[in-house]
Write a protein that binds this ligand. Structure first.
Ligand SMILES: Cc1cc2nc3c(=O)[nH]c(=O)nc-3n(C[C@H](O)[C@H](O)[C@H](O)COP(=O)(O)OP(=O)(O)OC[C@H]3O[C@@H](n4cnc5c(N)ncnc54)[C@H](O)[C@@H]3O)c2cc1C
Length: 388
């Protein structure tokens, strides 16, 4: 039986999903396409054009989460298990949509050009050793053999076989196509008619609600007694989701340009089939979607330090997106204080990586099935340890 024609169970709840970013779309895919549960995805903006469009598509548990100071103590495990779900997720979404997703399970290279960067690589290598995660310290010659586009003054490199990538724009487009083709899914280009008229939150025609509106999740509007309120009034934990702006650019591919994903501190170079993505700024509290020429120029200059050919590569596009962050840089996944309302939001720098595992956890919770052992750690009602 094809994935797209799995019949709904007679007892399946009808789920309203608020937000058509990769998190809402992946949850809809898991529920409707893989498990036959009827869903409606609501979004008043163009589907899939939020942070999920802006991202670089790196699937990087090692670089992003193994040594992240102040992060949730189980974030690395979530990211690591999340990466393990990607091959099957990419295969299913690719098959259901007929679209190639540019998925690669790895590797990436982390680079150092000075003493501080080398110390950071050693710190990451130690964290990976402690976790038993494969990696290899490379001498500059070995790194240049793998990726000749790297600048000649490289000091040290770390080979990260766990850190892969995908074309995130292809993924959200494929998810939308797969859901449009699924008889159990509907996509509605409007805000959901979410209301509380004294009996709790409801979306007419649905039994359960999943709030997955990225950095705007707390601000989802609820109608009550003819007035509009924000969803945060039904669960104050949603207020922990904050915005972190990120600006990026892409340049053209070419013979001297890199073919591998390269990381160096906050700068990365992520080659896709027809463009090379360069990122990214990290701007806490900033929710602008307009790229600024001086910041874009600085990003390109920093990236050219990694790969000199980037300096003269033709610019294709510049853009800005908004990461949804939380105090411990980990997502809120699970039931809220409001009966029937679930949340999946706040994925910060790892929402593309964490989409399949988030969708899995949400589907298991909603359907009352055994849930991944890590799920409880990411409850919206956890307490936060201070972030250094
Ligand atoms: C510059 C940048 C680079 C990144 N790089 C990576 C990376 O390499 N790897 C990685 O894993 N992650 C990366 N991320 C993080 C990742 O993009 C996010 O964590 C992820 O996209 C969040 O997905 P989302 O679905 O929660 O949010 P979004 O994609 O922002 O989607 C939220 C959706 O909710 C909709 N919405 C808003 N209000 C409402 C409402 N009231 N009702 C219904 N819908 C509503 C919006 O219109 C939007 O479509 C990056 C982010 C940025 C900005």
């Amino acid at each position: 039986m094809s994935l797209a024609h799995r019949p709904p169970a007679a007892s399946a709840p009808r789920v309203a999903i608020l937000g058509a970013g990769i998190i809402g779309l992946a949850a809809a895919f898991e529920l409707a396409v893989r498990r036959g549960v009827p869903v409606t995805v609501y979004d008043p903006a163009p589907f899939g054009r939020g942070a999920s469009w802006a991202a670089a598509g790196m699937l990087a548990p090692a670089f992003e989460a193994a040594a992240e100071t102040g992060a949730h103590p189980h974030l690395f495990e979530l990211c690591h298990h999340g990466a393990e779900l990607w091959p099957a997720f990419a295969a299913d979404v690719g098959a259901a949509s007929g679209t190639p997703l540019g998925f690669s399970a790895g590797p990436s290279l982390a680079l150092a050009f000075d003493r501080d960067q080398t110390a950071a690589l050693h710190h990451l290598a130690r964290a990976l050793d402690e976790r038993g995660i494969a990696h290899e310290e490379l001498r500059p010659g070995a790194a240049h053999e793998l990726e000749p586009a790297i600048a000649p003054d490289l000091v040290a490199a770390l080979h990260l076989p766990t850190d892969g990538q995908v074309d995130n724009r292809a993924v959200v487009s494929a998810l939308i196509a797969a859901l449009r083709a699924c008889p159990h899914a509907a996509l509605v280009n409007e805000a959901a008619p979410l209301a509380d008229e004294g009996n709790g939150l409801t979306v007419p025609g649905h039994d359960l609600i999943l709030a997955a509106a990225g950095w705007k999740t707390a601000a989802i509007e609820v109608r009550q007694d003819g007035e509009l309120y924000s969803l945060v009034n039904w669960d104050t934990s949603l207020d922990e989701i904050d915005c972190y702006g990120g600006q990026m650019l892409s340049v053209g591919v070419g013979p001297d340009m890199p073919a591998m994903t390269l990381r160096c501190g906050g700068i990365y170079v992520a080659p896709k089939a027809e463009r090379v993505i360069i990122g990214a700024t990290m701007e806490p509290g900033i929710a602008t979607e307009a790229p600024e020429p001086d910041k874009i120029a600085a990003l390109r200059a920093d990236a050219a330090r990694l790969c000199p050919a980037i300096a003269d590569a033709p610019e294709l596009e510049t853009w800005a997106g908004i990461r949804p962050g939380t105090p411990d840089r980990a997502p809120l996944i699970g039931a809220t204080a409001a009966p029937g309302l679930y949340v999946a939001a706040g994925h910060y720098r790892n929402g593309i990586l964490l989409a399949p595992i988030t969708a899995h956890i949400i589907a298991d919770l909603i359907l009352g099935q055994p849930v991944h052992a890590l799920a409880g750690e990411f409850s919206p009602h956890r307490s936060y340890s201070p972030v250094a």
